[in-house]
Write a protein that binds this ligand. Structure first.
Ligand SMILES: Cc1cc2nc3c(=O)[nH]c(=O)nc-3n(C[C@H](O)[C@H](O)[C@H](O)COP(=O)(O)OP(=O)(O)OC[C@H]3O[C@@H](n4cnc5c(N)ncnc54)[C@H](O)[C@@H]3O)c2cc1C
Length: 443
Protein backbone atom coordinates (compact mmCIF):
# COMPACT_ATOMS: atom_id res chain seq x y z
CA UNK A 1 0.00 0.00 0.00
CA UNK A 2 1.26 3.49 -0.84
CA UNK A 3 2.07 5.57 2.21
CA UNK A 4 2.86 8.82 0.41
CA UNK A 5 0.54 11.23 2.19
CA UNK A 6 -0.48 13.84 -0.42
CA UNK A 7 -1.03 11.31 -3.22
CA UNK A 8 -3.16 9.20 -0.96
CA UNK A 9 -5.15 12.24 0.10
CA UNK A 10 -5.81 13.33 -3.48
CA UNK A 11 -6.80 9.91 -4.72
CA UNK A 12 -9.13 9.46 -1.78
CA UNK A 13 -10.98 12.67 -2.54
CA UNK A 14 -10.87 12.67 -6.32
CA UNK A 15 -12.27 9.19 -6.65
CA UNK A 16 -14.85 9.91 -3.96
CA UNK A 17 -14.00 6.66 -2.20
CA UNK A 18 -15.24 8.39 0.89
CA UNK A 19 -18.77 8.06 -0.47
CA UNK A 20 -18.32 4.62 -1.94
CA UNK A 21 -17.32 2.75 1.19
CA UNK A 22 -19.77 0.63 3.17
CA UNK A 23 -22.51 2.90 4.50
CA UNK A 24 -24.33 0.74 7.04
CA UNK A 25 -23.93 -2.55 8.87
CA UNK A 26 -26.40 -5.23 7.88
CA UNK A 27 -25.15 -7.37 10.72
CA UNK A 28 -26.10 -4.68 13.23
CA UNK A 29 -29.49 -4.14 11.58
CA UNK A 30 -30.26 -7.87 11.71
CA UNK A 31 -29.01 -8.09 15.29
CA UNK A 32 -31.49 -5.37 16.25
CA UNK A 33 -34.40 -6.87 14.35
CA UNK A 34 -33.97 -10.51 15.26
CA UNK A 35 -31.88 -10.82 18.43
CA UNK A 36 -32.93 -7.67 20.25
CA UNK A 37 -36.51 -7.02 19.08
CA UNK A 38 -37.51 -10.50 17.96
CA UNK A 39 -39.47 -8.89 15.16
CA UNK A 40 -40.68 -12.30 13.94
CA UNK A 41 -43.04 -12.27 16.95
CA UNK A 42 -45.26 -9.85 14.98
CA UNK A 43 -46.45 -12.77 12.85
CA UNK A 44 -48.74 -13.73 15.73
CA UNK A 45 -50.94 -10.74 14.84
CA UNK A 46 -53.37 -11.42 11.98
CA UNK A 47 -52.24 -8.29 10.11
CA UNK A 48 -48.67 -9.63 9.84
CA UNK A 49 -49.40 -13.35 9.78
CA UNK A 50 -47.96 -13.93 6.30
CA UNK A 51 -44.55 -12.59 7.31
CA UNK A 52 -41.56 -14.37 8.75
CA UNK A 53 -37.81 -14.04 8.97
CA UNK A 54 -37.43 -15.10 5.36
CA UNK A 55 -39.74 -12.38 4.01
CA UNK A 56 -38.07 -9.77 6.23
CA UNK A 57 -34.64 -10.77 4.97
CA UNK A 58 -35.89 -10.55 1.40
CA UNK A 59 -37.04 -6.98 2.08
CA UNK A 60 -33.68 -6.00 3.55
CA UNK A 61 -31.80 -7.63 0.65
CA UNK A 62 -33.96 -5.84 -1.90
CA UNK A 63 -33.43 -2.52 -0.10
CA UNK A 64 -29.68 -3.07 -0.01
CA UNK A 65 -29.58 -3.83 -3.70
CA UNK A 66 -31.48 -0.67 -4.69
CA UNK A 67 -29.45 1.42 -2.26
CA UNK A 68 -26.19 0.05 -3.61
CA UNK A 69 -27.01 0.13 -7.31
CA UNK A 70 -29.29 3.17 -7.67
CA UNK A 71 -29.02 5.52 -4.70
CA UNK A 72 -25.43 5.44 -3.52
CA UNK A 73 -23.86 6.05 -6.95
CA UNK A 74 -25.81 9.33 -7.25
CA UNK A 75 -24.96 10.69 -3.79
CA UNK A 76 -22.11 12.97 -4.82
CA UNK A 77 -23.66 14.02 -8.12
CA UNK A 78 -26.95 14.96 -6.47
CA UNK A 79 -25.11 16.94 -3.84
CA UNK A 80 -23.09 18.85 -6.42
CA UNK A 81 -25.95 19.48 -8.86
CA UNK A 82 -28.68 21.08 -6.83
CA UNK A 83 -32.26 21.35 -8.05
CA UNK A 84 -32.77 24.47 -10.18
CA UNK A 85 -35.86 26.47 -11.05
CA UNK A 86 -35.96 26.68 -14.85
CA UNK A 87 -38.92 28.30 -16.64
CA UNK A 88 -41.17 27.89 -13.61
CA UNK A 89 -40.35 24.21 -13.04
CA UNK A 90 -37.87 22.70 -10.61
CA UNK A 91 -35.41 20.40 -12.39
CA UNK A 92 -33.86 17.67 -10.26
CA UNK A 93 -31.21 15.06 -11.02
CA UNK A 94 -32.19 12.99 -14.04
CA UNK A 95 -31.69 9.76 -12.06
CA UNK A 96 -34.61 10.56 -9.76
CA UNK A 97 -37.13 9.56 -12.44
CA UNK A 98 -35.89 5.96 -12.48
CA UNK A 99 -35.65 5.90 -8.68
CA UNK A 100 -39.27 7.06 -8.25
CA UNK A 101 -40.45 4.55 -10.83
CA UNK A 102 -38.54 1.75 -9.10
CA UNK A 103 -39.87 2.64 -5.64
CA UNK A 104 -43.39 2.65 -7.07
CA UNK A 105 -43.07 -0.57 -9.08
CA UNK A 106 -41.49 -2.48 -6.21
CA UNK A 107 -44.19 -1.39 -3.77
CA UNK A 108 -42.00 0.52 -1.31
CA UNK A 109 -44.33 3.53 -1.07
CA UNK A 110 -47.35 1.62 0.27
CA UNK A 111 -45.58 -1.47 1.66
CA UNK A 112 -47.12 -1.15 5.13
CA UNK A 113 -50.68 -0.67 3.85
CA UNK A 114 -53.37 -3.36 3.55
CA UNK A 115 -53.37 -6.00 0.80
CA UNK A 116 -56.65 -4.70 -0.60
CA UNK A 117 -54.98 -1.33 -1.15
CA UNK A 118 -52.10 -2.95 -3.00
CA UNK A 119 -49.87 -2.94 0.10
CA UNK A 120 -47.87 -5.78 1.63
CA UNK A 121 -48.90 -5.40 5.29
CA UNK A 122 -45.22 -5.11 6.10
CA UNK A 123 -44.42 -4.17 9.70
CA UNK A 124 -43.35 -0.54 10.15
CA UNK A 125 -40.25 -1.86 11.98
CA UNK A 126 -39.02 -3.65 8.87
CA UNK A 127 -40.09 -0.82 6.56
CA UNK A 128 -38.15 1.60 8.73
CA UNK A 129 -35.14 -0.72 8.63
CA UNK A 130 -35.31 -0.67 4.81
CA UNK A 131 -35.76 3.12 4.82
CA UNK A 132 -32.70 3.37 7.05
CA UNK A 133 -30.66 1.59 4.35
CA UNK A 134 -31.94 3.98 1.65
CA UNK A 135 -31.30 7.01 3.83
CA UNK A 136 -27.77 5.93 4.71
CA UNK A 137 -27.07 5.42 1.00
CA UNK A 138 -28.42 8.75 -0.22
CA UNK A 139 -30.65 10.72 2.08
CA UNK A 140 -31.85 13.19 -0.57
CA UNK A 141 -33.08 10.45 -2.90
CA UNK A 142 -34.90 8.67 -0.07
CA UNK A 143 -36.97 11.73 0.80
CA UNK A 144 -39.12 11.77 -2.33
CA UNK A 145 -40.88 8.38 -2.05
CA UNK A 146 -41.38 8.40 1.69
CA UNK A 147 -42.95 11.87 1.69
CA UNK A 148 -45.45 10.39 -0.74
CA UNK A 149 -46.09 7.55 1.73
CA UNK A 150 -47.02 10.00 4.50
CA UNK A 151 -49.22 12.14 2.24
CA UNK A 152 -51.05 9.10 0.82
CA UNK A 153 -51.52 7.76 4.34
CA UNK A 154 -53.29 11.01 5.29
CA UNK A 155 -55.71 10.67 2.37
CA UNK A 156 -56.45 6.99 3.13
CA UNK A 157 -56.91 7.68 6.85
CA UNK A 158 -59.17 10.72 6.64
CA UNK A 159 -60.23 11.30 3.01
CA UNK A 160 -63.41 10.24 1.22
CA UNK A 161 -63.36 7.10 -0.92
CA UNK A 162 -63.51 9.36 -3.97
CA UNK A 163 -60.33 11.17 -2.91
CA UNK A 164 -58.65 7.86 -2.12
CA UNK A 165 -59.57 6.40 -5.51
CA UNK A 166 -58.61 9.54 -7.43
CA UNK A 167 -55.25 10.26 -5.86
CA UNK A 168 -53.62 7.36 -4.06
CA UNK A 169 -53.06 4.83 -6.89
CA UNK A 170 -50.71 7.17 -8.77
CA UNK A 171 -48.99 8.09 -5.52
CA UNK A 172 -48.38 4.42 -4.72
CA UNK A 173 -46.94 3.74 -8.16
CA UNK A 174 -44.48 6.63 -7.87
CA UNK A 175 -45.89 8.68 -10.75
CA UNK A 176 -47.25 11.39 -8.44
CA UNK A 177 -45.34 13.01 -5.61
CA UNK A 178 -47.00 13.66 -2.23
CA UNK A 179 -46.13 16.58 0.06
CA UNK A 180 -47.12 18.22 3.31
CA UNK A 181 -47.78 21.94 2.85
CA UNK A 182 -48.01 23.71 6.21
CA UNK A 183 -45.38 26.41 6.50
CA UNK A 184 -45.96 29.99 5.32
CA UNK A 185 -43.76 33.07 5.33
CA UNK A 186 -45.28 34.21 8.65
CA UNK A 187 -46.26 30.85 10.10
CA UNK A 188 -43.69 28.15 10.86
CA UNK A 189 -43.77 27.08 14.50
CA UNK A 190 -46.93 29.10 14.93
CA UNK A 191 -49.29 27.32 12.56
CA UNK A 192 -52.31 29.04 14.12
CA UNK A 193 -51.25 32.12 12.11
CA UNK A 194 -51.47 30.58 8.64
CA UNK A 195 -53.30 32.81 6.20
CA UNK A 196 -53.86 30.52 3.21
CA UNK A 197 -57.59 30.66 2.66
CA UNK A 198 -60.24 28.27 1.37
CA UNK A 199 -63.50 29.58 0.00
CA UNK A 200 -66.40 27.17 -0.51
CA UNK A 201 -67.60 26.69 -4.09
CA UNK A 202 -71.05 25.55 -5.12
CA UNK A 203 -69.86 21.95 -4.95
CA UNK A 204 -69.69 20.48 -1.45
CA UNK A 205 -66.15 19.55 -0.47
CA UNK A 206 -64.49 21.68 -3.16
CA UNK A 207 -62.91 25.02 -2.22
CA UNK A 208 -60.96 27.78 -3.92
CA UNK A 209 -57.51 28.04 -2.36
CA UNK A 210 -55.41 31.18 -2.15
CA UNK A 211 -52.11 31.72 -0.40
CA UNK A 212 -48.47 30.75 -0.37
CA UNK A 213 -46.39 28.05 1.26
CA UNK A 214 -42.65 28.00 1.82
CA UNK A 215 -40.06 25.28 2.53
CA UNK A 216 -42.18 22.58 0.88
CA UNK A 217 -40.08 19.44 0.48
CA UNK A 218 -40.42 18.00 -3.05
CA UNK A 219 -43.10 20.66 -3.63
CA UNK A 220 -42.32 20.74 -7.34
CA UNK A 221 -39.97 18.71 -9.54
CA UNK A 222 -39.74 16.99 -12.88
CA UNK A 223 -39.16 13.40 -11.68
CA UNK A 224 -42.92 12.89 -11.29
CA UNK A 225 -45.92 13.77 -13.46
CA UNK A 226 -47.92 15.51 -10.75
CA UNK A 227 -47.60 16.70 -7.16
CA UNK A 228 -50.36 16.17 -4.59
CA UNK A 229 -50.15 18.66 -1.74
CA UNK A 230 -51.74 17.88 1.61
CA UNK A 231 -52.29 21.52 2.47
CA UNK A 232 -53.47 23.35 5.58
CA UNK A 233 -55.74 26.35 5.00
CA UNK A 234 -58.45 28.28 6.82
CA UNK A 235 -62.00 28.19 5.55
CA UNK A 236 -63.30 31.75 5.37
CA UNK A 237 -65.53 32.61 8.32
CA UNK A 238 -64.18 29.75 10.47
CA UNK A 239 -62.84 30.02 14.04
CA UNK A 240 -59.55 31.84 14.67
CA UNK A 241 -56.33 30.00 15.48
CA UNK A 242 -55.69 26.29 15.16
CA UNK A 243 -59.40 25.48 15.58
CA UNK A 244 -60.03 27.02 12.16
CA UNK A 245 -57.48 24.98 10.22
CA UNK A 246 -58.70 22.47 7.63
CA UNK A 247 -56.86 19.94 5.47
CA UNK A 248 -57.12 19.85 1.67
CA UNK A 249 -55.80 17.82 -1.19
CA UNK A 250 -54.47 20.43 -3.59
CA UNK A 251 -52.98 18.84 -6.69
CA UNK A 252 -50.55 20.69 -8.88
CA UNK A 253 -52.66 19.37 -11.76
CA UNK A 254 -56.21 18.40 -11.00
CA UNK A 255 -58.02 15.37 -12.35
CA UNK A 256 -60.87 16.16 -14.76
CA UNK A 257 -62.83 14.14 -17.30
CA UNK A 258 -60.47 15.60 -19.91
CA UNK A 259 -57.43 14.39 -17.98
CA UNK A 260 -54.98 16.44 -15.92
CA UNK A 261 -55.33 20.22 -16.08
CA UNK A 262 -53.15 22.86 -14.35
CA UNK A 263 -54.56 23.83 -10.96
CA UNK A 264 -53.03 27.32 -10.61
CA UNK A 265 -50.20 26.14 -8.35
CA UNK A 266 -46.98 27.89 -9.33
CA UNK A 267 -43.43 27.68 -8.10
CA UNK A 268 -41.95 30.97 -6.95
CA UNK A 269 -38.55 29.65 -5.92
CA UNK A 270 -36.32 26.80 -4.83
CA UNK A 271 -34.25 27.02 -1.65
CA UNK A 272 -30.52 26.25 -1.77
CA UNK A 273 -29.74 24.42 1.46
CA UNK A 274 -26.52 23.71 3.32
CA UNK A 275 -27.05 19.98 3.16
CA UNK A 276 -29.17 17.24 1.57
CA UNK A 277 -29.05 19.26 -1.58
CA UNK A 278 -30.48 16.64 -3.91
CA UNK A 279 -34.07 17.11 -2.77
CA UNK A 280 -35.89 20.33 -3.72
CA UNK A 281 -37.53 22.60 -1.17
CA UNK A 282 -40.02 24.88 -2.87
CA UNK A 283 -41.77 28.19 -2.40
CA UNK A 284 -45.25 27.75 -3.87
CA UNK A 285 -48.08 30.09 -4.81
CA UNK A 286 -51.66 28.83 -4.77
CA UNK A 287 -54.50 30.56 -6.62
CA UNK A 288 -52.66 33.58 -8.03
CA UNK A 289 -55.27 33.54 -10.83
CA UNK A 290 -58.10 32.47 -8.50
CA UNK A 291 -58.21 29.08 -10.26
CA UNK A 292 -56.79 26.79 -7.61
CA UNK A 293 -59.16 24.11 -6.31
CA UNK A 294 -58.71 22.17 -3.08
CA UNK A 295 -60.61 19.09 -1.94
CA UNK A 296 -61.52 18.93 1.74
CA UNK A 297 -60.07 15.97 3.64
CA UNK A 298 -62.32 14.78 6.47
CA UNK A 299 -64.27 17.41 8.37
CA UNK A 300 -63.89 21.19 8.32
CA UNK A 301 -61.58 22.69 10.99
CA UNK A 302 -60.04 19.36 12.01
CA UNK A 303 -57.10 19.70 9.65
CA UNK A 304 -54.34 20.18 12.18
CA UNK A 305 -55.28 17.07 14.16
CA UNK A 306 -55.24 15.05 10.90
CA UNK A 307 -51.93 16.54 9.88
CA UNK A 308 -50.40 15.40 13.15
CA UNK A 309 -50.51 11.85 11.83
CA UNK A 310 -48.06 12.82 9.07
CA UNK A 311 -46.03 15.09 11.36
CA UNK A 312 -45.63 12.29 13.89
CA UNK A 313 -44.59 9.84 11.20
CA UNK A 314 -42.16 12.45 9.94
CA UNK A 315 -40.76 12.84 13.45
CA UNK A 316 -39.90 9.14 13.57
CA UNK A 317 -38.70 9.48 9.97
CA UNK A 318 -36.31 12.36 10.54
CA UNK A 319 -34.93 10.61 13.63
CA UNK A 320 -34.12 7.66 11.38
CA UNK A 321 -32.67 10.04 8.77
CA UNK A 322 -30.26 11.48 11.32
CA UNK A 323 -29.27 8.01 12.55
CA UNK A 324 -28.76 6.85 8.95
CA UNK A 325 -26.61 9.82 7.92
CA UNK A 326 -24.58 9.43 11.11
CA UNK A 327 -24.12 5.73 10.37
CA UNK A 328 -22.82 6.51 6.88
CA UNK A 329 -20.51 9.09 8.47
CA UNK A 330 -19.23 6.50 10.94
CA UNK A 331 -18.45 4.00 8.18
CA UNK A 332 -16.68 6.71 6.15
CA UNK A 333 -14.60 7.61 9.23
CA UNK A 334 -13.80 3.96 9.80
CA UNK A 335 -12.70 3.44 6.19
CA UNK A 336 -10.50 6.51 6.36
CA UNK A 337 -8.96 5.50 9.69
CA UNK A 338 -8.11 2.07 8.26
CA UNK A 339 -6.26 3.57 5.30
CA UNK A 340 -4.64 6.73 6.60
CA UNK A 341 -1.02 6.21 7.73
CA UNK A 342 0.23 8.71 10.28
CA UNK A 343 2.84 8.63 13.04
CA UNK A 344 4.04 5.58 14.85
CA UNK A 345 2.90 3.53 17.84
CA UNK A 346 3.77 5.20 21.13
CA UNK A 347 6.01 2.27 22.06
CA UNK A 348 7.79 2.06 18.66
CA UNK A 349 8.80 5.55 17.62
CA UNK A 350 11.66 4.47 15.34
CA UNK A 351 11.49 6.86 12.32
CA UNK A 352 13.11 4.25 10.05
CA UNK A 353 10.09 2.01 10.53
CA UNK A 354 6.89 2.40 8.47
CA UNK A 355 4.12 4.63 9.76
CA UNK A 356 1.10 3.08 11.43
CA UNK A 357 -2.51 3.52 10.36
CA UNK A 358 -4.40 6.05 12.44
CA UNK A 359 -6.94 3.46 13.59
CA UNK A 360 -4.16 2.06 15.79
CA UNK A 361 -3.93 5.30 17.81
CA UNK A 362 -5.90 4.93 21.04
CA UNK A 363 -7.58 8.34 20.75
CA UNK A 364 -8.78 7.65 17.19
CA UNK A 365 -10.18 4.34 18.39
CA UNK A 366 -11.95 6.14 21.20
CA UNK A 367 -13.57 8.58 18.78
CA UNK A 368 -14.65 5.80 16.42
CA UNK A 369 -16.13 3.82 19.29
CA UNK A 370 -18.02 6.88 20.44
CA UNK A 371 -19.49 7.33 16.95
CA UNK A 372 -20.34 3.63 16.78
CA UNK A 373 -22.07 3.65 20.16
CA UNK A 374 -24.18 6.68 19.31
CA UNK A 375 -25.27 5.52 15.86
CA UNK A 376 -26.02 1.97 16.96
CA UNK A 377 -27.87 3.18 20.06
CA UNK A 378 -29.95 5.60 17.97
CA UNK A 379 -30.86 2.91 15.48
CA UNK A 380 -31.94 0.57 18.29
CA UNK A 381 -34.19 3.23 19.77
CA UNK A 382 -35.80 3.99 16.42
CA UNK A 383 -36.44 0.35 15.57
CA UNK A 384 -37.91 -0.14 19.03
CA UNK A 385 -40.33 2.72 18.27
CA UNK A 386 -41.26 0.96 15.04
CA UNK A 387 -42.02 -2.23 16.95
CA UNK A 388 -44.27 -0.40 19.40
CA UNK A 389 -46.05 1.17 16.48
CA UNK A 390 -46.58 -2.28 14.93
CA UNK A 391 -47.86 -3.72 18.20
CA UNK A 392 -50.23 -0.77 18.52
CA UNK A 393 -51.30 -1.02 14.89
CA UNK A 394 -53.94 -3.74 15.23
CA UNK A 395 -55.30 -2.17 18.42
CA UNK A 396 -55.21 1.47 17.38
CA UNK A 397 -56.05 1.13 13.71
CA UNK A 398 -52.80 2.49 12.42
CA UNK A 399 -52.10 5.35 14.84
CA UNK A 400 -48.41 5.92 15.35
CA UNK A 401 -46.76 6.85 18.64
CA UNK A 402 -45.21 10.26 19.07
CA UNK A 403 -41.59 10.17 19.97
CA UNK A 404 -38.87 12.67 20.67
CA UNK A 405 -35.37 11.84 19.52
CA UNK A 406 -31.95 12.91 20.59
CA UNK A 407 -29.61 14.76 18.27
CA UNK A 408 -25.95 14.08 17.66
CA UNK A 409 -23.74 15.35 14.91
CA UNK A 410 -20.77 14.15 12.98
CA UNK A 411 -18.73 16.95 11.42
CA UNK A 412 -18.47 15.32 7.99
CA UNK A 413 -22.24 15.06 7.70
CA UNK A 414 -23.09 18.13 9.74
CA UNK A 415 -24.62 20.02 6.84
CA UNK A 416 -27.14 17.27 6.30
CA UNK A 417 -28.00 16.52 9.89
CA UNK A 418 -28.33 20.20 10.80
CA UNK A 419 -31.73 20.47 9.16
CA UNK A 420 -33.22 17.95 11.53
CA UNK A 421 -32.86 20.30 14.45
CA UNK A 422 -35.17 22.68 12.59
CA UNK A 423 -37.58 20.35 10.88
CA UNK A 424 -40.47 19.72 13.25
CA UNK A 425 -38.12 20.54 16.12
CA UNK A 426 -38.09 16.82 16.77
CA UNK A 427 -34.45 16.58 17.68
CA UNK A 428 -32.44 19.00 19.68
CA UNK A 429 -29.75 18.70 22.28
CA UNK A 430 -32.11 19.74 25.03
CA UNK A 431 -34.42 16.85 24.16
CA UNK A 432 -31.75 14.30 24.93
CA UNK A 433 -33.10 13.48 28.36
CA UNK A 434 -36.79 13.15 27.53
CA UNK A 435 -36.45 10.54 24.90
CA UNK A 436 -39.77 8.78 24.70
CA UNK A 437 -43.32 9.86 25.27
CA UNK A 438 -44.95 6.50 24.61
CA UNK A 439 -44.89 3.20 26.37
CA UNK A 440 -45.29 -0.17 24.70
CA UNK A 441 -48.78 -1.55 24.66
CA UNK A 442 -49.36 -4.99 26.02
CA UNK A 443 -49.43 -7.50 23.18
C1 LIG B 1 -35.11 21.13 5.17
C2 LIG B 1 -36.48 21.57 5.54
C3 LIG B 1 -37.59 20.98 4.95
C4 LIG B 1 -38.86 21.40 5.27
N1 LIG B 1 -39.94 20.80 4.66
C5 LIG B 1 -41.18 21.25 4.94
C6 LIG B 1 -42.30 20.69 4.29
O1 LIG B 1 -42.19 19.75 3.50
N2 LIG B 1 -43.54 21.21 4.55
C7 LIG B 1 -43.71 22.23 5.43
O2 LIG B 1 -44.83 22.66 5.60
N3 LIG B 1 -42.66 22.79 6.08
C8 LIG B 1 -41.40 22.32 5.84
N4 LIG B 1 -40.33 22.86 6.50
C9 LIG B 1 -40.56 23.95 7.40
C10 LIG B 1 -40.50 23.54 8.85
O3 LIG B 1 -41.65 22.85 9.21
C11 LIG B 1 -40.29 24.83 9.63
O4 LIG B 1 -38.97 25.25 9.36
C12 LIG B 1 -40.50 24.66 11.11
O5 LIG B 1 -41.86 24.46 11.37
C13 LIG B 1 -40.01 25.88 11.89
O6 LIG B 1 -40.59 27.05 11.38
P1 LIG B 1 -39.71 28.31 10.93
O7 LIG B 1 -38.58 27.84 10.06
O8 LIG B 1 -40.64 29.30 10.35
O9 LIG B 1 -39.04 28.85 12.24
P2 LIG B 1 -39.71 29.89 13.30
O10 LIG B 1 -41.04 29.37 13.69
O11 LIG B 1 -39.65 31.25 12.74
O12 LIG B 1 -38.70 29.73 14.47
C14 LIG B 1 -37.42 30.40 14.45
C15 LIG B 1 -36.75 30.16 15.77
O13 LIG B 1 -37.53 30.73 16.82
C16 LIG B 1 -37.89 29.75 17.79
N5 LIG B 1 -39.25 29.98 18.25
C17 LIG B 1 -40.35 30.17 17.47
N6 LIG B 1 -41.42 30.34 18.25
C18 LIG B 1 -41.02 30.26 19.53
C19 LIG B 1 -41.67 30.33 20.78
N7 LIG B 1 -43.00 30.55 20.87
N8 LIG B 1 -40.94 30.18 21.90
C20 LIG B 1 -39.60 29.94 21.83
N9 LIG B 1 -38.91 29.87 20.65
C21 LIG B 1 -39.61 30.02 19.53
C22 LIG B 1 -37.77 28.42 17.06
O14 LIG B 1 -37.52 27.34 17.93
C23 LIG B 1 -36.59 28.68 16.14
O15 LIG B 1 -35.37 28.51 16.81
C24 LIG B 1 -39.04 22.43 6.21
C25 LIG B 1 -37.94 23.01 6.83
C26 LIG B 1 -36.67 22.59 6.51
C27 LIG B 1 -35.50 23.19 7.20
Amino acid sequence: MSVVGPTFFLSFNHKSDYFRCMFFSKRDLQFNLYQLLNVEQLAKYPYFQDHNRESFDMVLDAAEQIADKMLRPLLTEMDRNEPQLVDGKIRVHEGMKAIMRRFGEDGWINATFRYEEGGQQLPVTVHNAAAFIFQAANYSASVYPFLTTGAANLIRSFGSSELIDTYTPNMYNGRWQGTMALTEPNAGSSLSDISTSAEPTETAGIYKIQGQKIFISCGDHDACENVVHLLLAKIKGGPAGTKGISLFVVPQQRVTTEGLVPNDVTTAGVYHKMGYKGAPIAHLMFGSDAECFGYLVGEEHKGLSYMFQMMNEARVGVGTNAAAIGTAAYHASLAYAKERPQGRPIVAKDPTQPQTLIIHHADVKRMLLFQKSVVEGSLSLLLQCGLWSDIAQPALNGLHPTTVFPSWLHPSFLRCVWVFTVLFKCISARDYGKVLSTQPLAA
